[in-house]
Write a protein that binds this ligand. Structure first.
Ligand code: 5AD
Ligand code: SF4
Length: 502
């Protein structure tokens, strides 16, 4: 059940109702947060395009402004509120502007958003994204505020709460993708793990897996649009479970189902939950050639006392056992992690244990976050935020330095070897600097990823984009391998040939 309510806007309480004024069909959308949010934005843009909208890259050009938001850390919310502050007076000159806040913050703060930003017209939670085209239209016509959000996790039966969060997976919009060759595919929504620090179970609702047949058709459609790599998305993607036609599908079964889709070269999935990493999944991954050799499976802390406070549901020893199984079944598989530093109760000794687990597991990379108390979570209610911000920053920097050192050492082993990459497009630096292709060779700086998700940068022609290429590595940084295209002649001409790494 969806909670929807209308309310007259503060703006129009003072101004004359402008009715259905002419407006341009341009949409500006800003997205913060995770891959799930990027996907949601793509889908909302796709739906609005169907209603005749086109994307604007300039906020001043569009009459519809949407902010897709994140609540995982306070900083992400601040960013949106300050952006909303900057556009406070936009409606003075453009009375027909419609401003919407969608996603996690909309679900979390609901009507509070109107208090902090009275010029907002729409507040649409993660479970109501399908309603956006209609709500934008209605808000423009009746100039009344709209709130469409799901039930809170304690405000109904499990079924009522689950059905108030709708999975939203309509037509796809190629223009919003990270590259034309890569696409995200949602396989589940929500989370039932309730880690004490995390707001996601409330903002994204109960865990619900999508039917395998829907996912398989979506992957086929994407392949038809030229997509070469799909990344399956879920908050705990390896907890996927869905029964269809009497058969229960887990992630391993789903991977088998979509593996042979024509046109798809690579399949990845993020983010995994340590306790649900079964051997069946690992052996399936090993045996299916299109599967990435990469698992993002956050440990969050290397200290059992902290893991207990976080209610992560495993011990350091259990995580290490899982990590050993990954490396045993796929020795070439890269593993990455998330860490929270300065979590309530994290002593210096506990922090040192997190550094120890980085040394032991030698993660390909770690995403490191300073603990941010989130209203509505158990940690916020029950645990004191007892590590000062300065100390959180110090721990963050120390951890980052250690992880970088390890990443660089491990990248160093690739020097002199050959890797196969899926070419994603021009490198970030090339785009940022606004560089032009070489006038003689037409070469640009390209980037791609190895099967184990390492970023590789090399010079080449743009026609390579979307294809698999072999690259010889000659240098590295902690985050990047630097290489050169290996031509066929070179490959076959060398006597021993370079060993191909993933
Ligand atoms: N504070 C800091 N980091 C957090 N994360 C989730 N909640 C918080 C929080 N309250 C981090 C976790 C998670 C990642 C997506 O964000 O590390 O894996
Ligand atoms: Fe948040 Fe834990 Fe669920 Fe991940 S598993 S989304 S950290 S509650």
């Amino acid at each position: 059940m969806t909670q929807t309510s209308n309310e007259k806007t503060g703006f129009l309480a003072e101004e004359e109702n402008t009715g259905n004024q002419p407006h341009n069909n341009k949409l500006f959308i800003e997205t913060v947060g995770c891959q799930m949010n990027l996907l949601d934005s793509e889908l909302v843009v796709g739906a609005l395009r169907q209603s005749g909208y086109e994307l604007a890259s300039d906020i001043n050009e569009a009459d519809t402004l949407l902010f897709n938001t994140c609540s995982v850390r306070e900083h992400a919310e601040h960013k949106v509120y300050s952006q909303l502050g900057r556009i406070k007076f936009f409606k003075k000159d453009r009375p027909n502007l419609v401003i919407g806040v969608m996603g996690c913050m909309a679900q979390k703060d609901q009507k509070l958003i109107f208090k902090r930003a009275p010029h907002v017209d729409l507040v649409v939670g993660t479970g109501q994204l399908a309603e956006i085209p209609r709500l934008v239209q209605e808000a423009r016509n009746d100039r009344k505020r709209k709130v469409a959000v799901s039930l809170g996790r304690k405000n109904g039966s499990k079924l009522e709460i689950s059905s108030s969060f709708q999975s939203y997976d309509p037509l796809r919009d190629p223009e919003m993708r990270p590259s034309p060759y890569q696409a995200f595919v949602r396989i589940m929504i929500g989370c039932d793990k309730f880690c004490t620090y995390c707001v996601v179970p409330s903002t994204r609702g109960p865990e619900q897996s999508r039917p395998p047949s829907d996912i398989a058709s979506e992957v086929k459609v994407l392949a038809g649009q030229g997509v070469k790599e799909v990344t399956l998305l879920g908050q705990t993607v390896n907890s996927y479970k869905h029964t269809e036609n009497g058969k229960q599908y887990r992630l391993a079964d789903l991977l088998e189902l979509i593996h042979d889709t024509n046109g798809i070269d690579r399949i990845k999935f993020i983010t995994s939950y340590p306790k649900d990493m079964g051997n069946d999944l690992l052996t399936t991954m090993r045996d299916l050639p299109k599967l990435s050799r990469y698992i993002h499976v956050p440990v969050q802390s290397g200290c059992n006392d902290v893991l207990k406070l976080m209610k992560r549901g495993y011990t350091v020893e259990e995580y290490l056992e899982m990590h050993d199984r990954i490396k045993e079944i796929m020795p070439d598989c890269a593993v990455s992690s998330d860490f929270i530093v300065g979590h309530p109760g994290e002593t210096e000794e506990a922090f040192q244990k997190s550094l120890d687990i980085i040394r032991l597991c030698r993660f390909k990379n770690s995403f490191i976050f300073k603990y941010s108390p989130r209203p509505g979570t158990k940690a916020f209610d029950k645990l004191a935020d007892d590590v000062p911000d300065k100390e959180k920053k110090r721990r963050n920097n120390i951890m980052l330095d250690l992880q970088n050192e390890i990443s660089e050492e491990d990248n160093y082993h690739f020097i002199g070897k050959e890797v196969e990459v899926l070419v994603e497009g021009m490198s970030k630096t090339f785009i940022k600097k606004g560089l032009e292709p070489d006038s003689e060779t037409q070469k640009v700086q390209l980037m791609g990823r190895t099967k184990c998700d390492r970023i590789v940068v090399f010079d080449g022609n743009r026609r390579l984009e979307g294809s698999l290429a072999n690259i010889g590595i000659y240098d590295c940084t902690p985050t990047t391998l630097l290489g050169m295209i290996v031509t066929k002649e070179f490959q076959h001409g060398s006597e021993e040939g370079l060993p191909i790494l993933h």
